[in-house]
Each structure stands twice: as C-alpha cells, then as structure tokens.
Design a protein around this ligand. Sequence first.
Ligand code: ATP
Ligand code: MG
Length: 258
Amino acid sequence: MALTIAVLSQKGGTGKTTTVRTLTDALRRAQVRTLAIDLDPQGNLSDYFDVAPDAQPTIADVLSGRATLAEAIHADVVPANLSLAEAELMLGGKMGRELTLRRALAGAPAEYEAILIDCPPSLGLLTVNALVAADHALVTAEAQYFALQGVEQAMEVIELARESLNPELSLLGIVLNLADMRTVHSREALASLRESFGDKVAGSVVRASIAYAESAERAVSILDHRPDLGADYLALADELLGRLPGLEDARGRLAELR
Ligand SMILES: Nc1ncnc2c1ncn2[C@@H]1O[C@H](COP(=O)(O)OP(=O)(O)OP(=O)(O)O)[C@@H](O)[C@H]1O
Ligand SMILES: [Mg+2]
C-alpha cells in the first residue's frame, strides 16, 4: 500500500494546496511515484496541476460509488470540482460515511508509492475521510497570531480519527507557511507552535512570497518558477522523508536536486 498523507487545516489559505502541489513535485523528482488527490470542492489543486476543468470522473464520482479511484486518475491527479460539495452531502446520510475514501484507496493502482490528499478548509466529513484513509497527517499553519489555535483544532480532529477509526494515524508534522521571519508575529507564531508541539513543527519554514500566486496562476511548480523559493519545499520534503520509514533512497535522490 502507498504511504498516504493528508494535508489539512481548519483555516482557509494556510497553504494546504500549495504544499500538496509542491511536495508532490518534490517527491516525483526524487522518483517517488506519487498520486495527488484533490478533496476540496474548490478544485484548487486540480487547477494548480492544470487538469482540464471538465475532466471526468472526479473524486466526487469515486465517493458516490459511480467510479473507481483508478478511473478517476488523470495524469497522476484525482481532480475535484463543485460536484464534490453535493457528494459530501449525499455521503452524510450513508452508513460508513467516514470510511468511504479509505475503501476507495484500497483500489489505488499498486504502482503508487505515495498518495497526498489536499483537504478543504474545514474539519468536516471530507477531512475526516482523509484522516481515516491516511497513515500520516500534515498540518499547515499560517505564520499569524492565531496559528496555534488553528493547529489545536486540527489536532483534536486527528485525535478523534485516531480514537475511533484509524488508530494507526500519525502526526507527520506541522508546517509554518507564509512566513516572514523578519516580523515579530511570524517569529511568535513559530515559537508558540514549538512550545506546544516541539519537534513536530518542521524546522523548514516556507517563506511568504507573491511568486506563489504567480506560480499557481500559471500552473507552474514553484520549484521551476522560483527555485530559490522552492528550496524551502525541498528542505521540507527532505525533513519529512527523514520521518517516513522506507523512503531513505528517495531522500538521497532529493539531496542531489538541492
Ligand atoms: N508561501 C507563500 N507565500 C505567499 N503566498 C502563498 C504562499 N503559499 C501559498 N500562497 C498563496 O496563498 C493563497 C492560498 O494558498 P493555498 O491555496 O495553497 O492555501 P489553502 O490552505 O489550500 O487554501 P484553502 O483553505 O482555500 O484551500 C494562494 O493564492 C497561494 O498562491
Ligand atoms: Mg486549498
């Protein structure tokens, strides 16, 4: 089974989608066969990867039982669009609703070594499905005053998933995003997260730059668009690979890219 990582945060705009996009790019460059799943009705990840807006089937069809996961893969991405909002509502009334994605992932093609899931900015049923399907959770936080509060909320949902349906779920890390370490509030956000979560907070902080919006708009990886900034994500990927068993070789290949 592929190693599955859910990227989540309760708050909007903490860089979940950019993190999934860029870690996927980094892993692929380190020759880890990686599937990216868009689990957000906003469909941002699908846009970042430039999947055709009318691509069918999507993750909504998978969760509704109309398609298999394998059928919904388009160039190593499972896209989402607004129809996922409807699928989520339908799912709410079903038995085993929290297990739907987990069951679908059991049918993922065996070639994939890693699966990254981009969650919507809420801790509702879609995020719970991701946490029940995943081996690891990665929480993103914006380097702002309320960072700690947002991460604590995400931790509660991770804990719930662990206590009920997925005892194996582990916290891979917390990533501080959109940081400007010259400012007091970024430094304070990092310090308060470290105080509560210790070395779970990734040492590799992602710096804020307008170049991310440009890179998203052009659907070009930040690794290519601005390699100087992309270095933050290569450092993060290296750090996270160091926490994941079985991917030591990939870490070596990633080091050659840095
Ligand atoms: N390090 C960064 N510096 C500056 N802007 C960034 C950075 N990372 C992402 N952004 C921009 O911030 C916005 C939000 O990023 P992103 O879509 O990755 O966040 P998100 O958590 O997935 O948002 P949502 O909660 O809406 O799904 C985007 O316009 C993106 O281009
Ligand atoms: Mg997003």
